[in-house]
Write a protein that binds this ligand. Sequence first.
Ligand SMILES: Cc1cc2nc3c(=O)[nH]c(=O)nc-3n(C[C@H](O)[C@H](O)[C@H](O)COP(=O)(O)OP(=O)(O)OC[C@H]3O[C@@H](n4cnc5c(N)ncnc54)[C@H](O)[C@@H]3O)c2cc1C
Length: 467
Amino acid sequence: MAMTRRRLLSAAAMTAVAPALGGRAWGAPLPREADIVVIGAGAAGIAAARRIQAANRRVIVVEAASQIGGRCLTDSTSFDVPFDRGARWMHNPETNPMVRLARNAGLAISAASLGQKIRIGQRNARAGETEEFLAALVRANRAIDDASRGKADVSCASVLPKNLGDWAGTAEFVLGANATGKDLRDVSVMDKARAQDRNAAIGCRQGLGVLIARLSEQVPLALSTPASHIIWGGRDVAVATPAGKIAARAAVVTVSSNVLAAGNIKFTPEIPKRQLDAAARLSLGSYDRIALQLSGSPLGLARDDVIIEQSNSTRTALLSAHIGGSSLCVIDVAGSFGRDLSGEGEQAMVAFAVEWLTKLFGSDVAAAVKKTSATRWNASPFALGAMSVAPPGGQPSRKILTEPIGNLFLAGEATHETLWGTIDGAWESGERAAEAALRKIGALGEPATAPSRVPKQRRRGTQGKFN
Ligand SMILES: Cc1cc2nc3c(=O)[nH]c(=O)nc-3n(C[C@H](O)[C@H](O)[C@H](O)COP(=O)(O)OP(=O)(O)OC[C@H]3O[C@@H](n4cnc5c(N)ncnc54)[C@H](O)[C@@H]3O)c2cc1C
């Protein structure tokens, strides 16, 4: 009989204590055996576990945090609408499996509003100015694509056209920090150009963390159970956790590249230097959200308006106003500026958000702030950052991370060559690693030579969107 977490939970007759941000607790003793152990209950881990279950093999997911979702984490209680602390948008709806899964799970999904505006000081950019900016973005993207076909990989910043004028800083923010968590000087043209176009943005009203938790409902998993030591070889694997050891035939490891590179999990034998170096090269950028509950309408903005500013400094941000028509406004900070700011702590982040909004919308903002919350992903011990992006020369590292290491298989957004930094990239990587692990234990035949989900689409300009 297939083991599900529900069965284990009911067998244990335990009292489940739901942590503040969702998720469920494990009440039964940790199983001592599985066919495959999955490390991490983010998008990649849940996808891997579901794929292993679909092949009728025993799986157990061990998760260090007290909730499911990893970098998809929804705070459903602090504000009058859910606050997605991590991933918020699903892109490319025609091919993104998460959109269908959300729909099938009965969650409400809808496209982002088209209300995107640029502030120039305290006024909105005029139509002609917005056109100029969008043209600058197209030229910048084209220069990056062209450079990616060169022999040597270089930084995106080094190939930007020199004549972007007043829009240079804004283009750098939109294509660099805001898109990848790193400034363009730290981003490889090859990695950026290989990234699949992230067109359209589809949100989930209940939150993407809720989606991942919903998709995990039939998956046996243990929360607050970090893998501390993985002993692996050609045939068996043993995963040590504070709740005991699990013996299996293979493991899928989905922890972030920063967690892997930090050595927070001990491996015996050690993971080959080739893969460890690859994880270190694909270090995570910085991306945080500062949530402000504002009374009234001090910004004069409409439901779901998205605002950036014309700026020639990295000290800038992106605002999502009145999310779902609520009083919740979220200011995203990223890249080197976001990293420094989040290092100063939540109070400094909120102070910046208020100062920035005041600069753009006037002095009524401060008095309207009723409640605040800010993420600090770099300091979050089980993530250690936001999303991976390769520096010049680092793009081949993604493929290196997909190579099997005995009976260990790495997954997670960093291992996806075109959808890195996304929830669907993480999901696909989990399925891929699960299939490789199933093949290793003889539970699946050799793969048909399947192409990846969609061939790389050329960037078609910005289609009037900047986030
Ligand atoms: C602020 C922010 C905004 C984002 N916005 C978007 C967006 O709009 N759209 C989009 O598509 N993507 C977005 N992303 C990226 C997206 O969230 C990630 O690509 C994706 O969630 C990564 O999933 P994963 O499974 O690879 O890794 P993770 O979600 O990090 O999962 C790894 C899991 O491993 C666990 N773990 C760590 N150490 C251990 C251990 N020792 N033992 C057991 N478990 C362990 C972690 O707790 C975690 O749950 C955003 C990310 C951030 C941070």
